[in-house]
Ligand binder design. Sequence first.
Ligand SMILES: [Zn+2]
Length: 167
Amino acid sequence: MQCPRTSYPLKPAKVGGIVVYISERSGGVFFDNLVLSNFTNPADVRAEVLAKHLRQFSAPLGDENARVNCPKCPQIVMMRRYFSPLRVVEIDECPGCGGIWLDTGELDKLHENHLSAKERELLRIKMLEEHQVFHIDSPRHYKLSQPGERSNLEKVFAIAADVLSDD
Ligand SMILES: [Zn+2]
């Protein structure tokens, strides 16, 4: 398999017993279907090790918005999509094999935006509440660019509310 950004061969690497395919040119990484979920929690040693390993190769990309072809299915163009409903981090997913390509820095971004199980539950409850509020009282009470002393979780809630208000 080749790096979709540089065409250099991807290097298989076992991280915590799980194989991922690393581009030592671009700092990108390819995950087979469902494998990424093993690396999204920054509290997991495995995830931390991989993120640290990738950082040493990170290179600036030419055109970040250029579509990439799947390393595993070279004839298929990967689809750009948001990793989570919060729409913070975008990833490339192959509609053929379900593999995922992360460009340099994207694993770090996933980790920065990772929610713990407790935070996810709070978010779920909050989203339900906000959803009702938006039907009764529609004006937004926040701005994403608003400076302030919000916690990270509050920022995430603000983004979640934004997502819901698109509907
Ligand atoms: Zn594929």
